[in-house]
Design a protein around this ligand. Structure first.
Ligand SMILES: O=P(O)(O)O[C@H]1O[C@H](CO)[C@@H](O)[C@H]1O
Ligand SMILES: O=c1cc[nH]c(=O)[nH]1
Length: 243
């Protein structure tokens, strides 16, 4: 069956899917796969399939922000995805987790608008524990840089308006950093009965003025993105072995 928005056929979508915001990052990930082929590039959604250590997987970009990303997650799940892993970037809340660190998100604080329209207020956005553990172990095993696991915030806003960012209160409550899609991934996965996890590469401090300071294109960030891609693919291989 053809998925109307992603423009992929369900017959081509395996159980494991790695998702990321940027279509270019999807292409970079696909280059690590054996026998990679592009299935579709529709809107911001670019999809490849291939194998890693003999495990079939797809890679799809979901764009920026929860509404568009949720469309992607829903169609991937309808097409047959059973385990989704987001490989993203995030801003840090902590001095001990600087640019170049990796964070495995065990749960997302839902400050986004999309999930409010799917589930009631108290509904948690949590990672599947096996997926989160496989990501964390894989990232640690690379033996480089800071690797943490914990809560992250999912926010809709990126550049300041006139409202205060909610960073201070979530930082005080123990969140490690902020990005823009993990809550949608965890809530959609929970509603549809599949498992999900996420790893993010830290690209700077979220409470800095992003309009002045945001730069995800430094070597320290691209090295961290390389490491998180490796960790995610190792996690897929590990989870596939666990059955
Ligand atoms: O690097 P990606 O996966 O896009 O993730 C982060 O980067 C984007 C913001 O620049 C948002 O999508 C945010 O969640
Ligand atoms: O949403 C995001 C993503 C990367 N860096 C940030 O500071 N925020």
């Amino acid at each position: 069956m053809l998925m109307p928005i992603l423009q992929v056929n369900s017959e081509d979508i395996p159980e494991f899917v790695v998702v990321c915001g940027d279509p270019k990052r999807a292409e970079v990930i696909s280059r690590k796969l054996e026998g990679a082929r592009e299935l579709a590039f529709s809107r911001e959604y670019r999809t490849f399939v291939g194998t890693y250590e003999g495990v079939e997987l797809a890679v799809t970009s979901h764009g920026v922000g929860c509404p568009g990303a949720a469309v992607c997650f829903e169609e991937l799940i309808r097409a047959g995805a059973k385990t989704l892993i987001r490989v993203g970037t995030a801003g840090s809340y902590r001095a001990d987790t600087p640019a170049g660190s990796l964070v495995v998100s065990t749960a997302a604080i839902r400050t986004d608008g999309l999930t409010k329209q799917l589930v009631p207020e108290g509904f948690p956005a949590v990672a599947d524990s096996a997926v989160a553990e496989a990501l964390y172990e894989s990232a640690l095993s690379l033996g480089e840089g800071v690797v943490r696991k914990g809560m992250t915030v999912t926010l809709d806003v990126f550049f300041n308006g006139v409202e205060e960012f909610p960073h201070p209160k979530y930082k005080a409550a123990g969140a490690l950093g902020v990005e823009m899609e993990i809550s949608a991934l965890y809530v959609v996965a929970a509603l549809r009965g599949v498992r999900a996890g996420a790893i993010v590469a830290i690209d700077g401090f979220a409470d800095a003025d992003l309009a002045a300071e945001y730069d995800p294109n430094t070597n320290v960030v691209s090295d961290a993105v390389e490491r998180e891609i490796h960790a995610a693919l190792m996690a897929v291989a590990k989870l596939a072995k666990q059955g």
